[in-house]
Write a new protein. Structure first.
Length: 228
């Protein structure tokens, strides 16, 4: 299974290599931290229930930016099969090993970007796409979201959670600059606003059914949308 679409060229290849190096470097610690319940944020069980309520037991789901697969594996209990993808090779290795260890048979993982032009997947190939804390990290969020729209069948769903730092204090921009300079943040972190994410989701061909800020401290937004 693979993906096509999106822009190509040396700049993109260089950025992807840099991002992969960043995620590889922190992969083992990230995976260990993500396995702790508090890493998933407040009301996780309720958020998971609300998201998975749109799944049917036979649904094919794509989890974009799955990292070490903690959320992917939790979602697996509510759908037919789920495919987690991530640009971090070490994260994918960890996710595969952990799914095997837990005996979760309906989850697969692949090291690939959702907008990788070199791969191929049928348009409308998924019943749902999930994306947790990813869209603020890609170079062109609106184009990325449109690509996700192409992957979901009409009537299928998008579930997206995003830290909307653009709605928080303006102190975040310089703070992120420093954290990136220290090598502790990826090359791109957009300070998005919740309304901007909703507009992108709509522009990608979805009807927003529900949009909530579930963590006012971080501005973490949760969106559920249906492909028109
Ligand atoms: C903040 S982590 C979130 C991980 C996980 N979804 C969670 O909530 O625990 C962001 C993840 O997105 C991945 N990522 C960034 N750009 C990506 C892309 N273009 N395609 C796939 N994954 C990407 C990163 O490698 C990283 O693992």
């Amino acid at each position: 299974m693979g993906f096509r679409g999106g822009s190509n060229g040396p700049d993109k290849e260089l950025r992807m290599a840099t991002d992969e190096a960043f995620w590889d470097k922190i992969a083992d610690k990230y995976a260990a931290d993500s396995a702790k319940p508090k890493a998933k944020g407040p009301n996780y069980a309720a958020r998971l229930e609300r998201a998975s309520a749109v799944f049917s037991p036979s649904d094919a789901v794509l989890d974009v930016g799955c990292a070490s697969g903690e959320i992917t594996m939790d979602l697996a209990a509510h759908c037919g099969r789920i495919h987690g993808i991530d640009v971090g090779g070490r994260l994918i290795e960890i996710a595969r090993a952990e799914a095997k260890r837990r005996g979760i048979g309906n989850v697969t993982f692949e090291k690939i970007s959702a907008d990788d032009p070199a791969r191929d997947v049928p348009e409308g190939g998924f019943d749902a796409v999930t994306m947790y804390s990813v869209i603020h990290l890609v170079p062109e969020p609106a184009a990325f979201m449109r690509r996700l729209g192409e992957l979901v069948r009409p009537g299928g769903y998008l579930i997206s959670e995003t830290p909307c730092l653009g709605d928080r204090s303006s102190i975040w921009r310089p703070v992120i600059g420093v954290v990136r300079w220290l090598g502790k943040a990826p090359s791109i972190v957009h300070c998005l606003k919740a309304a901007e994410v909703e507009a992108m989701v709509a522009d990608a061909g979805f009807e927003v059914l529900d949009s909530q800020i579930y963590n006012p401290k971080s501005g973490q937004q949760s969106v559920i949308a249906r492909r028109v």
